[in-house]
Design a protein around this ligand. Structure first.
Ligand SMILES: [Zn+2]
Ligand SMILES: [Zn+2]
Length: 222
């Protein structure tokens, strides 16, 4: 019922061009810069340019692999931003399907799919935990349970911070819920990866609590 009211006051529009009826219309869908895992760094997910050296920024990260559906450019970036609007729940299933597509060949690998939780203040601002709908879709598609294992502690806003500052800011940003049983293979799901510092901190918390390997998959890479 609430969803119906929401649809009436704010009908679904394309994140790219505002056309009515879909999260992304066919024309805008064609503009999404998708990342081909076959030509991306397996560790950090960055698209590799032939002939150019790649100094992987995530070579020491706590996670072993990242998959990104695409680049954080319009119209994908607009869809990611709209998904964070308070009360907006129509983008989650679609963005979750994008993440699942990026890591479809990992089906059967994870013992659990875990959303990277937003800070408490971010959750309060948006009214809900915006990464969980993505994790639920990925879990269903990959045939693994979705688990809420991570607690997010308050950290200052990451925007405008450089790589090292982000690393400092995210150190100790997550812990595992007391008493939680952490399975061996965990797939982390988030909406955006910038430097990988947030994913690194989340993966480190899971490894500390008993996970053996952590991989990550996101909608878009900045
Ligand atoms: Zn469009
Ligand atoms: Zn790399």
């Amino acid at each position: 019922m609430l969803d119906l009211v929401f649809e009436l006051i704010a009908p679904l529009r394309c994140a790219g061009c505002d056309a009515l009826g879909a999260v992304l219309c066919e024309a805008c869908w064609g503009l999404v810069e998708r990342t081909d895992p076959a030509s991306a760094c397996p560790r950090c997910g960055e698209p590799l340019n032939a002939g150019r050296r790649h100094a992987c920024p995530c070579r020491n990260a706590a996670f072993t692999a990242v998959r990104c559906f695409g680049r954080l450019e319009p119209p994908l970036s607009s869809a990611v931003a709209l998904h964070k609007d308070p009360g907006e729940r129509r983008y989650g299933p679609v963005l979750g399907a994008f993440v699942a597509t990026a890591c479809a060949d990992w089906a059967g690998w994870p013992d659990a799919v875990v959303a990277v939780p937003p800070t408490r203040s971010a959750r309060l601002r948006r009214g809900y935990d915006h990464t969980r709908p993505l994790a639920r879709v990925v879990a269903a598609r990959l045939g693994a349970p979705e688990a809420t294992l991570l607690l997010a502690h308050e950290r200052s806003d990451q925007r405008g911070l450089g790589r090292q500052q982000r690393q400092m800011n995210t150190r100790g940003a997550f812990s595992v819920a007391p008493g939680a049983r952490v399975p061996a293979r965990v797939l982390l799901v988030d909406d955006v990866m910038t430097t990988g510092a947030t994913l690194d901190a989340a993966a480190a918390a899971l490894l500390d609590a008993g996970a053996r390997e952590v991989r990550a998959a996101v909608v878009a890479r900045a």
